[in-house]
Design a protein around this ligand. Structure first.
Ligand SMILES: NC(=O)c1ccc[n+]([C@@H]2O[C@H](COP(=O)([O-])OP(=O)(O)OC[C@H]3O[C@@H](n4cnc5c(N)ncnc54)[C@H](O)[C@@H]3O)[C@@H](O)[C@H]2O)c1
Length: 401
């Protein structure tokens, strides 16, 4: 398994001294602290592993993250309404991890339905943490259907936070995006301004949720830990080729489009703008292998656990990290790398700039390195090799199965 983190989480077992769902945060106790205190308690989790609620768990980034979570000794509960995913991804995750069925529980649930979401919390063990991946993410669609995006992305998150309050789930990791930086100057650090120059409703939902999380953190008297991860441009797939990105309709992002051209599903790649102030005139982005990104989530959970142990679960922290490589790659360089990985020549067609696109965007990822001990380790070649393995083994995505 490629996740490089140690299995220290297995030393964290969770206990309860009361009724499920009516627990105070303080009753989730680290085994080491507990054994030192000589407490007489009932074991909480049937496997002894911390439970993580993965919201939007059938999706692209979440499915790769679950592979890492399972390898690192977390058990997972997935909620998803499959609006942009396929339940087959969960079967594939089970194949990759080979874990017992009980370690990955699945609820088909629209998180905008508060009763359905409450049912998940009521019938589950207490969650150590929630990872909020669920949301709609197509930039162009968000411009055409802003209400759908505000409604889905904000209401699903409100419902989740309400349930976290009611059922004392203490920690959350939120999937944000480099889009919150708008047109900030590169390299982008976590203290670069946010909220200015965001060009679409999708990006604004991310910015708004970040602001809501900050207010919520203060209102909880800092008792909860919140980690906001700002992703740059995730690409690639698990090296097995069993899971990968399977967008419905016309892909919004470059690399799923390029891989669909390579596999013969689309005739050519449109390159939107070749007159940007970049070395070859095409847009430059910070592409990150999805497995590196997945490992970033495990690093975030371990960061939260460490704080918990240090503060004896009395106080949380609000933190933000960029997850990127720190290097920019142009559209033409990406297409060339995919040609090398697939052995195909890909037809490109130059098209006008798209409204709202910026010339260059890449991260300064040093905060994640210093505080999470995380860096992206996979290079461009590996991103394209793994993406091609997924796309060539599953030319029609999960529906090929
Ligand atoms: N992929 C990227 O380029 C990128 C970049 C930055 C941030 N993000 C964010 O990361 C998260 C995951 O992205 P992804 O690429 O894996 O997207 P994805 O569409 O593959 O995954 C999102 C999942 O959420 C589910 N979902 C959406 N609304 C829901 C609802 N109301 N109830 C239950 N489930 C719901 C979808 O069915 C899907 O399985 C998203 O929030 C996205 O905005 C993605």
């Amino acid at each position: 398994m490629s996740c490089p983190f140690t299995n220290a989480v297995n030393s964290l077992l969770f206990f309860v001294g009361g009724t499920l769902g009516a627990l105070s945060t303080a009753k989730i106790i680290n085994r080491k602290l507990l054994s030192n205190s000589g407490g007489n308690v009932t074991e909480f989790s049937c496997t002894g592993n911390p439970q993580v609620l993965v919201a939007g768990g059938a999706g692209y980034i979440a499915s790769h993250t679950i592979v890492c979570l399972i390898a690192e000794g977390y058990d997972v509960t997935i909620v998803d309404n499959y609006v942009n995913s396929n339940a087959e991804s969960i079967n594939r995750v089970r194949q990759i991890t080979g874990c017992e069925r009980s370690r990955i529980r699945v609820y088909e649930c629209d998180m905008c339905d508060p009763k359905a979401l409450e049912n998940v919390f009521r019938t589950s063990q207490q969650f150590f943490a929630v990872i909020q991946f669920a949301g709609l993410k197509a930039v162009g669609e968000s411009v055409a259907k802003p209400l759908l995006y505000y409604e889905n992305n904000l209401i699903s998150t409100f419902n989740l936070l309400r349930m976290m309050e009611k059922y004392n789930a203490p920690n959350i990791v939120f999937s944000s995006s480099a889009t919150v930086y708008g047109d900030a100057v590169v390299p982008i650090t976590e203290s670069s301004p946010t909220g200015n120059g965001i060009t679409n409703p999708y990006g604004r939902t991310k910015y708004m949720i970040e602001e809501i999380l900050k207010d919520w953190y203060k209102a909880q008297n800092a008792s909860k830990s919140i980690v906001t991860l700002r992703y740059f441009n995730p690409v690639g797939s698990h090296p097995s080729g069993k899971i990968g990105e399977d967008p419905s309709g016309i892909p919004n992002n470059l690399m799923p489009f390029v891989s669909q051209v390579a596999v013969g599903r689309r005739p050519h790649v449109n390159v939107f703008g070749n007159d940007y102030p970049t070395p070859d005139g095409t847009g430059v982005r910070d592409y990150i292998h999805v497995m590196d990104l997945a490992e970033g989530h495990v690093a975030a959970l371990k960061f939260i656990e460490k704080q918990w142990i240090q503060t004896k679960q009395e106080s949380g922290q609000y933190s933000v990290f960029n997850l990127g490589t720190g290097s920019g790659v142009s559209v033409l360089e990406m297409i060339k790398a995919m040609e090398a990985a697939s052995g195909k020549t890909l037809k490109t067609v130059m098209a006008p700039r798209r409204e709202g696109d910026i010339a260059t965007c890449y991260a300064d990822p040093s905060k994640a390195k210093n505080e999470l001990g995380w860096t992206a380790s996979r290079n461009l070649q590996q991103m394209c090799t793994d993406l091609w393995k997924w796309q060539s083994d599953n030319p029609q995505g999960y529906t090929s199965a």
